[in-house]
Write a protein that binds this ligand. Sequence first.
Ligand SMILES: Cc1cc2nc3c(=O)[nH]c(=O)nc-3n(C[C@H](O)[C@H](O)[C@H](O)COP(=O)(O)OP(=O)(O)OC[C@H]3O[C@@H](n4cnc5c(N)ncnc54)[C@H](O)[C@@H]3O)c2cc1C
Length: 602
Amino acid sequence: MNKSANVITHDVIVVGAGLAGTWAAMIASREGVTDVGVLSKLHPLRSHSGAAQGGIAGALNNVRPVPDTGPRGPLEQIPPGDDLIDSWELHMFDTIKGSDWLGDQDAIEIMVKDAIDIVYTYEHMGCVFSRTPDGRIAQRRFGGHSAPRANYAADWTGHVLLHTTHEQALKNGVKFYSEWVALDLIVEDNVCKGVIAMEMQTGQLVTMRAKAVMFGTGGYGRAWKITSNAIANTGDGVAIVYNAGVPLMDMEFVQFHPTGLYQHGILMSEACRGEGGYLRNKDGDRFMEKYAPDKMELAPRDLVSRSEQTEIDEGRGIGDDGQGIYLDMTHLGREKILERLPQVRDIALNFVGVDIIDDLCPIQPTAHYSMGGIPANANGQVIANAAGDPVVGLYAAGECACISVHGANRLGTNSLLDASVFGRRSGYAIAEFIKGGAALPEIEGDHLTRTQARITRLKSDPASGKGENWAKIARELKQTMTDDCGIFRSDEGLRRALQKVKELQGRFANAHVMDKSNRFNTDVLGAIETENLLTFSEVIVSSALARTESRGAHSRTDHTKRDDEDWLKHTMAHKTDDGTPELSYKGVNIDWEKYPPQERKY
Ligand SMILES: Cc1cc2nc3c(=O)[nH]c(=O)nc-3n(C[C@H](O)[C@H](O)[C@H](O)COP(=O)(O)OP(=O)(O)OC[C@H]3O[C@@H](n4cnc5c(N)ncnc54)[C@H](O)[C@@H]3O)c2cc1C
């Protein structure tokens, strides 16, 4: 590290200390790049990866359903030498089908093949996975996967993966900047040169120069009212990159998870259904019989969330506002719940006062996962256009990226996998780039002054009669995205949403903060996060409005069918000079012989 007034220099700067960022930093440092700095706006171990509950996918073939007990019967170990039931090929097919054929199949192949190795690598690094009786890594079922391949540590999987990876990065001498916020990205002539960041403790802005910058800034569920995402998941990374002229891809695809805690949105892991939980409407019916007779509650998330919403919209919801559904785990038994789902039991007890051992738990769909993001290739290199030309020195992986392994809908447990596999691959690619002789690029413009001006404006007193608090703008945005850009969408609703987002952007130009101090100013942070929400929400709504079909998590009530003829393509959105997104499209990588598009039925 090299530090002078307002400038810090590293070989590599990673923004984000979740699984994706930490893997990249750990591998780059292990490959001989000793000068790696990682920024995180939270303490690294509070990154959202640590909240993941259910598991990480990988076709290890440790367990199978007990023969003749049906698809939801108990699981048993596969004895050595017996027939295997799972393979990376099956994992690949499930992922492609889950993606509604919008996933890039070359990237998916890399991910599912690497899955087996990455799970064992985690184990060798010290991860405490749950075990089968004979000591192998335990596996459970998850939605849309046709074999039990979710490798888990009770319902603390993300927590143990993140702690293990973080320790290894520390051991390698990676420098963590905890509670530092990236505000802007420096890209000049298609070369990435660093970021402008703020140290929360002092409020000081710093230019962080680097030969390579990697983004692992996570998801952006906070644009909706009900979400499973942590407060920090405000999509800063996607907004920052987009503002710097890099496109965003497939932003219209946002996943709603079927089991957020009623009126809170906090996640009740899909492991609840993986372990055998039922969904019931107010009449006690297991309504999934109607919508996915084969997979029932273990159909993919887009389908289950739509089924729940249909029950709710047709008057069969529960709760004061009729917006809830019951998750029934009362038949699983105390022992299984305490062993496999201790965290979700605590969450339900603490937030809605329900003990899932004895009582039905009220839940509702919750904004959960962002399939779209910063377009990158399978080495994490960010691409500048549909032709795939890289932005020199810029990498992205994890939920903020769109390497397009999830297409239009992600399968549960494929995200910890995606963040780990492509975080690791980014680390190798960055190390190669640096060791290949990458130089520290000179910065031409005065980026820091521009960023400082934004903050000064927020802190200055507005002209009388003008100006409002950013929190009100954020609230209205979340309501709009929930009402008009949620599980079901239509031309009329999306147009309304677009108009409202633009109105809110206009109002934000006069938004201000009450706290004018420098030290740990969360008022300024909240305002900046709100600006980011407004920026990428416009891209989501515009992309959704243009896509006149239903595919995966993007469900249009006025275009109810998938339309491969016109829409088997990725959306790319570029920011234009007047600030509005310009859309173009990019082909999907499909192996037409092996995995041609089919109707998606469960
Ligand atoms: C409740 C919950 C449960 C889940 N369960 C599962 C599961 O069981 N299996 C599965 O596969 N997936 C699961 N997921 C999804 C999965 O956890 C995430 O997609 C994945 O962990 C994302 O990892 P990441 O490294 O991309 O980002 P994150 O872990 O979200 O990390 C983002 C990092 O970026 C930093 N950051 C963000 N903005 C800035 C900024 N402006 N400046 C500096 N730093 C910044 C943050 O501080 C943080 O360190 C779950 C998600 C949630 C919300």
